[in-house]
Design a protein around this ligand. Structure first.
Ligand code: PLP
Length: 392
């Protein structure tokens, strides 16, 4: 559990700190630059790309939740990924086969250009460790649960193996947020977030963060974010901090809805299989129970008949067909043509992402509406299959 004191601190981040007017909610500092107190006398901040008071507040709140020494708030999740790749100084990267499509694209592009050597591996077997190379050479990139198949990686086991080879371990914690999983407490070196998702939670900001345990690595993250111009805008930081204040409360409802939807999907005859770590039959259920404080609110499933994907998504009323996840509104995505379209078909097949796979991001709407809506859409798809079989 995130200590209740940290949750309280996040709700109250910056509250009643305004000395000019006593504003309860901290002011937003949009200024791109800051006046020097005199020649050779800079204040805490001089230029917003390098540092900004509003962004600082978000960095502090996120670091508190993730038990980090500090970090950087970036313009997107991919900017945070980029900052980590540069700050790590590692030339060899081991990343999961089914990592987020944008991460896959960036790592592949860097690999093809010779900037680094990247292998996509399966952390579910022991074979991956053969790619660690010489001591201190590798960066191990983990996403757990993975996107979109919700595979669970045993963090303690992979971190121990990676650290034995002096590798830096990074965990993309976007799918769970620090409320449900805190990788740094399990020994990881860096945590990455697309704050676009649960941390902001309202689908109106694109942002990211990279947070580290070691202050020296935090300094390197800051250096590279400033150097490459990756830092986020103050306005986005303001909105994200506003969303973060309700994170804990929102996630309770997100997860209640996910559990109910997973239970519905499991019993539907039109569904071939359901991927949700909260289900006892999920391969990673036991590890998830051990290392997570919640099972999350992303559920993916495969239809028996991939030709019915269109019928399902067109029939849904309360699930918008859209990229992204983690907002208060429910979404449905078709990974093969949307989130993971950047992956070549062969890589998708290797990762197990089929054309019949749909991914749901459960929002916080009334569960009765969501279950009725999904049941109706799946029934309609099943009827279409029956009709097609009769015609044949
Ligand atoms: N990591 C994960 C797991 C994601 O799902 C995403 C985006 O969907 C990203 C990173 C990239 O984040 P952003 O879109 O904010 O750049």
């Amino acid at each position: 559990m995130v200590p209740s004191s940290s949750r309280t601190e996040v709700v109250r981040a910056g509250v009643a700190t305004d000395t000019a007017f006593g504003a309860v909610i901290p002011p937003l500092y949009l200024s791109s630059n800051f006046e020097f107190a005199g020649l050779g006398l800079p204040r805490k901040h001089d230029y917003t790309r390098s540092g900004n008071p509003t962004r600082d507040q978000l960095e502090v709140a996120l670091s508190r939740l993730e038990s980090a020494a500090g970090g950087v708030v970036t313009a997107s999740g991919m900017a945070a990924v980029t900052a980590v790749l540069h700050a790590s100084g590692r030339s060899r990267v081991l990343a999961p086969l089914d990592c987020y499509g944008g991460t896959y694209r960036l790592l592949s592009a860097y690999h093809e250009r010779g900037f680094l050597n990247c292998s996509f591996v399966d952390f579910g077997t022991d074979d991956w460790a053969a790619g660690l190379g010489a001591a201190g050479e590798a960066l191990v990139w983990i996403e757990t649960p993975s996107n979109p198949l919700l595979r669970i990686t045993d963090l303690a086991a992979v971190i121990a193996r990676a650290h034995a080879a002096a590798a830096i371990v990074v965990v993309d914690n976007t799918f769970l947020s620090p409320i449900w999983q805190r990788p740094l407490e399990l020994g990881a070196d860096v945590v990455v977030h697309s704050t676009t998702k649960y941390l902001n939670g309202h689908s109106d900001v694109v942002g990211g963060a990279a947070l580290a345990r070691d202050p020296e690595l935090v300094d390197r993250l800051r250096y590279w974010s400033n150097c490459l111009g990756l830092t986020g805008s103050p306005f986005d930081a303001y909105l994200t901090l506003r969303g973060l204040r309700t994170l804990h409360a929102r996630l309770q409802q997100h997860e209640r809805n996910a559990r109910a939807i997973a239970a519905l999907l499991v019993q539907h005859p039109g569904v071939r299989c359901v991927h949700y770590p909260g289900l006892a039959e999920h391969d990673g259920h036991e590890i998830a129970r051990r290392q997570q404080d919640g099972y999350g609110a992303i559920v993916s499933f495969e239809l028996r008949d991939p030709d019915q994907v269109g019928t399902v998504v067109d029939s849904l009323r309360y699930f918008s067909l859209a990229e992204s996840l983690g907002g208060v509104e429910s979404l449905v995505a078709h990974p093969a043509t949307m989130t993971h379209a950047a992956m070549p078909a062969a890589a998708r097949a290797r990762a197990g992402i089929s054309d019949g796979l749909l991914r749901l991001s459960l929002g916080i709407e009334s569960i009765d509406d969501l279950t009725t809506d999904l049941q109706t859409a799946l029934d309609r798809a099943l009827q279409a299959v029956d009709v097609a079989e009769e015609v044949r």
